[in-house]
Structure formats: C-alpha cells, structure tokens
Design a binder for this molecule. Structure first.
Ligand SMILES: NC(=O)c1ccc[n+]([C@@H]2O[C@H](COP(=O)([O-])OP(=O)(O)OC[C@H]3O[C@@H](n4cnc5c(N)ncnc54)[C@H](OP(=O)(O)O)[C@@H]3O)[C@@H](O)[C@H]2O)c1
Length: 281
C-alpha cells in the first residue's frame, strides 16, 4: 500500500481524496491550523512523514477575496506548493499539485489543452500559476492536475449556493456568458488514483466531460432537484459585478489523461449522482 499524505484534507477535494484512498492507501491527513502550508517549516514536516505521494489539495480558494489580499493568496498558493515540493524532494516523494482552469485567460470560444501557455488574470489565478511554476522549479516527480468549477461534499460551491438562492428567492438570475467544466470532486479523486499508478509526471486536466455556462449548470440543477418550473433568467457577467474578473471561457480539455485511459464522466451524469448522494434526492 502506498503512503499518501493529503494536505488540505478538510476541503472539498481533500475530503473526496480521503474517501477515495481510505482502503487503498496508508493515509495521513493534514488540516489547518496544525499544518499550515504557508509556513516554510512544512517542508521539514513532509520530510519527517516521508510519504510516497503528497497530494496538495490545500489552497486559498476565495477568488474575490484574493484581490484584496494578494500577499496571503501568494503565501498559500505559490509559496505553499514550493515548500511542499522541497519536502518531497528531501524524501523522494512525488507531489500532486492541484491547480485551476483560471490559469488561462479564457478567451471566448477557446478550449485549453495541457500544453498551452498559461495567461492568468486575477490575483488568485496568478498565485495558482506561480504555485505550478514554484513546484516545478524544485521537483521532477510532479503531477500538476488542473481542475475547474469544483463541487463536492460539504463545500460552499455553486450547486449549494444556487440551491439555497432558489429556496430563498423562488427565482434565479444566472450568468450566461461564463463557461467552464462543472467537475465533481469525487471524479477528480478517482482520476488522481489512476494517475499516480502511471508514474507519468506532467500536466493534466481532470474535469468532467463536456462544458456549460453557469446558466446551463443552474438550469440542469433545477431540473435534477425537481424545480423545473422555477424561473431562471440568463444575465450577462457584466450585470453580476465581482471583485475579480473570471475568465469567460476557460474550458479545459483532458487530452493527456485520456491518452492514458483516464477519463471522467459527463458533467450532467456527475451532477445527477452528486444530487442523489449529497442532497438526498
Ligand atoms: N473550488 C473550485 O471551484 C476550484 C476550481 C478550480 C481549481 N480549484 C483548486 O482545487 C483545489 C481544491 O479546491 P477545493 O474546492 O477543494 O477548496 P476548499 O474546499 O476551499 O478547500 C481548501 C482547503 O485548503 C485549506 N487551506 C487554506 N489555506 C491553508 C493553509 N495555509 N495551510 C493549509 N491548508 C489551508 C482550507 O482549510 P480550512 O478548511 O481551514 O479553510 C481548506 O480545507 C485547490 O487547489 C483549488 O485552487 C478549485
């Protein structure tokens, strides 16, 4: 059994990883505040644990909040992966660094493969791109796994927010001109479990198959939760002002994983399963 260390084990992906590896690995789960990845001494802690594989699911994920606190965002999202990679280098562990579709500019109509140049816009996106580069500057045994529009158990994610807004207001206004890949954390965890068997280090895009606008995603969620009659009005992103400007079309293509036989289900099937399991429908 491999020894797997999960940093950020209380997050959406961290919880999905812990569930996925519960019976197939020796598991060490790190949570804050005891294990803060922005503390340089975390490298010593990694070397002391000496796992076979470290999966870094910890991150500052408050995309709008990062605009006002760039130093904190970079400390966690850029320096954190560097310290973890340094620890891995000292004990010959592999690192799975989780990153984001937002490292791409998201030009309208574009679909982004793993080999394309990053062009991050927001503070959060720049901190995550810096985290990819910082880990790569230290470690060869590195998988960079970019995900998008993630949702999972216990998360304050788009499906739970939209569901709550539907209950509260009886109607929804949802952005129609921002596109991405809605992606279930448990499918990413399963794909990572397959990936680490391959020992093929590099960049991967693990997203549920297909893509959607926020509006499409909300309409599908209403259908699956038997609220088809609830009015959902499409609006433009400019009518939903945010501190950060999200990439309009940062849609990822899973080319590298598919070539190894690692594919994720269609986003609608994944959402149906999530709704049944977690929302008890
Ligand atoms: N959510 C998305 O839509 C999305 C999209 C694309 C990429 N991603 C990426 O996917 C990964 C997982 O995201 P997620 O949605 O699972 O995030 P999440 O639910 O927000 O979980 C992040 C976890 O990181 C922990 N954390 C924050 N700062 C830390 C620090 N300094 N030291 C140690 N732990 C710290 C948090 O701890 P607390 O529990 O104490 O807050 C939380 O448990 C991240 O790399 C994220 O950038 C997410």
């Amino acid at each position: 059994m491999p020894h797997i260390l999960i940093a950020g084990a209380n997050g959406q992906l961290g919880q999905a990883l812990a569930a996925r590896f519960a019976s197939s690995a020796q598991l060490t789960c790190w949570t804050r505040p005891r294990y803060d990845i922005a503390d340089p001494s975390i490298a010593d802690a990694v070397a002391a644990v000496s796992p076979d594989i470290l999966v870094n699911a910890a991150a500052w994920t408050d995309v709008d909040g990062a605009e006002d606190a760039p130093d904190f965002a970079f400390a966690v999202n850029a320096l954190g992966p560097k310290y973890l990679a340094e620890g891995c280098a000292r004990c010959d562990a592999a690192l799975v660094q989780i990153s984001t579709n937002e490292v791409f500019a998201g030009t309208a109509g574009r679909f982004y493969h793993e080999y394309e140049q990053t062009s991050p816009g927001s503070v959060y996106a720049r901190s995550k791109a810096a985290g990819e580069n910082a880990a790569a500057s230290v470690l060869d045994r590195l998988y960079i796994v970019r995900v998008a529009w993630l949702y999972g158990a216990g998360g304050n994610n788009f499906p739970t927010k939209i569901s709550a807004a539907a209950d509260r207001h009886g109607a929804l206004r949802v952005v129609r001109d921002e596109f991405g890949n809605p992606t279930c954390a448990s499918d990413v965890a399963a794909a990572i479990a397959q990936l680490i068997e391959t020992q093929r280090f590099g960049v991967y895009h693990f997203v549920n198959d297909g893509f959607a606008s926020r509006y499409d995603w909300a309409v599908e969620l209403m259908r699956l939760t038997e609220r088809e009659s609830l009015p959902v009005s499409p609006i433009n992103a400019r009518d939903w002002p945010r501190k950060s400007v999200p990439p309009p079309h940062a849609v990822l293509v899973n080319q590298a994983g598919s070539a190894l036989g690692i594919t994720l289900p269609d986003w609608r099937d994944a959402l149906r399963k999530y709704v049944r399991t977690w929302l008890n429908l």
